[in-house]
Design a protein around this ligand. Structure first.
Ligand SMILES: *Cc1c(COP(=O)(O)O)cnc(C)c1O
Length: 492
């Protein structure tokens, strides 16, 4: 299996090379030349397998330059009972007759990013050995909150790597910030940026395309890599849980093989939902993929109209991991939906960077609308949904999950639907308590943990419980223009 760039499909590389490079040098993203197929027999077999076995099946179809032993080792090092608090890794909970929640936040940082970032460092270090680089990999991350911590945790003290994380100073929750600035590890560095997430992401992309900076660091023994969801190694592990959810529904006799199910995905950078698109194109019986947005509803507008227009106000919401106006992974959907038309993708991306908008042609739009629905929520509706699910079902959702639950409630879907739950309620205790305990006064986030615990009965995750008293290691902040200086400073 070979990978091409969404902006130039003439040259192809292996999956390990794609993971090492992160972003293609032409600015495009890597995408498999062909989408591998999964047979019905295999899906039926998965019903009797655990998460790791399911993961090995799916990953082996894409990472064909990895040996079986290498892949087994990556999977079994990532999804362990020390790191994940649920033996199912990604447990599926039944809410109502046709409604299920797939909880993706039982990993070490309590957000769904762990699903990919626990395994990416293993892919990366294996790939480095395989392709003979003697350099240290420098992982640069722009984060809207959860990626940063999950990447720090995944790469912490991994030999041959350094990790640098930039977050928007006022764009992440108190818990998210505390998780990052207290990160351990000799190879870690964290800085706040005076700007929003898009500023952070644009800054990181600029460093990636700065040839002279790269050459200088290369001489010093470093090579850049990315852990953002543009990296193929981030996307591919996410395909697994779509199959896993289906296999669990089969196992529990909620569906029969071949029945189509829907997925509702709280979406930001379009990585998570794109993994669902890949699963569907591999042969998983999927009805609709529903893209759920918060008040930053650029994707809802795009899927409904065909016009992607980033010239709009940016809102900071209670679901910060979805506060995004440039959904990088959408480029991959455009490539796939246009029948791998790299020239067309180049043209759209040029329009996006020059004019701030583009409109896809009718063929692409019709294709996208056949598979995707889209909806959004307001801030009020998000809190109201947290309250309603608690009262009606006793289910406590974080604000990102609540966005998806709300969109589910508003959308007319046939058959069973799985809503992806992307963060533990404890990561956003303020908004959650606004919904389920509005009258309980609390001094700070830490007091809210106790209220949340009392109300929900959910155990406080060990990694969050001791956070308050952990020493702060990183208090640097910088302008978006100074990000490169921060990088070179740390690598000195
Ligand atoms: C990253 C994130 C999302 C959005 O996922 P994308 O892959 O960027 O679309 C949603 N919820 C939470 C909690 C996240 O951390």
């Amino acid at each position: 299996m070979k990978y091409v760039s969404t902006r130039d499909k003439t040259k192809s590389i292996s999956s390990g090379e794609a993971i090492l490079k992160g972003l293609s040098s032409d600015g495009g993203l890597f995408w498999p030349e062909e989408i591998p197929q999964v047979s019905r027999d295999e899906i039926v077999k998965m019903a009797d397998e655990n998460y790791n076995a399911r993961a090995k099946r799916i990953l082996s179809k894409f990472l064909t330059d990895f040996t079986k032993e290498e892949l087994d080792d990556c999977v079994d090092s990532a999804y362990t009972s020390e790191k994940f608090s649920s033996p199912d890794i990604a447990p599926l909970k039944k809410i109502d007759n046709d409604e299920f929640v797939l909880e993706l936040w039982h990993g070490p940082t309590c957000a769904f990013k762990d699903m990919a970032l626990q395994i990416l460092p293993h892919f990366l270090t294996r790939s480095m050995k395989k392709y003979g680089t003697d350099k240290q990999a420098v992982i640069l991350v722009a984060t809207s909150g959860d990626t940063g911590k999950a990447a720090l945790e995944g790469f912490c003290d991994v030999d041959g790597t350094k990790i640098i994380v930039f977050y928007p100073r006022d764009g992440v929750s108190r818990v998210q910030k505390q998780q990052m600035v207290t990160q351990k590890g000799d190879n870690t560095f964290v800085a706040a940026v005076e700007g929003n997430f898009d500023d952070c992401q644009t800054g990181v992309k600029a460093i990636f395309s700065d040839r002279s900076a790269q050459e200088k660091l290369y001489e010093k023994g470093y090579t850049f890599s990315s852990a953002n969801s543009i990296n193929w190694g981030r996307l591919v592990p996410q395909i697994v849980y779509y199959f896993s959810a289906y296999a669990d529904l089969l196992k529990n006799e909620e569906i029969r093989m071949g029945d189509k199910i829907n997925f509702v995905v709280p979406t930001g950078n379009f990585g998570d939902i794109l993994a669902g698109y890949l699963a569907a194109h591999m042969g998983l019986p999927v009805g609709h993929l529903v893209c759920a947005s918060n008040k930053n509803k650029i994707l809802t507008d795009f899927i409904r109209s065909g016009t992607y227009d980033r010239k709009r106000e940016f809102y900071t919401t209670m679901s910060p991991s979805m506060d995004i106006l440039i959904s990088s992974n959408l480029e991959r959907l455009l490539f796939a939906a246009s029948g791998n038309d790299d020239e067309l993708v180049r043209d759209y991306m040029r329009k996006l960077s020059e004019n701030g908008s583009y409109t896809v042609n009718d063929d692409i739009l019709i294709g996208i609308q056949r598979e995707f629905f889209a909806g959004f929520t307001t801030e009020e509706a998000t809190v109201e949904t947290i309250r309603a699910y608690y009262e009606k079902y006793g289910y406590v959702a974080d604000p990102h999950t609540a966005v998806a639950l709300h969109v589910y409630d508003k959308t007319d879907l046939d058959g069973k639907t799985v809503i992806l739950s992307t963060a533990s309620p404890y990561k956003f205790p303020h908004s959650v308590c606004e919904g389920i305990a509005p009258d309980e006064p609390a001094e700070d986030e830490w007091a809210l943990f106790d209220i949340l615990h009392k109300k929900s009965g959910l155990p406080i995750p060990g990694s969050l419980a001791g956070l308050k008293d952990r020493p702060v290691r990183f208090d640097t902040s910088c302008d978006p223009q100074q990000m490169l200086e921060q990088v070179t400073g740390f690598l000195k």
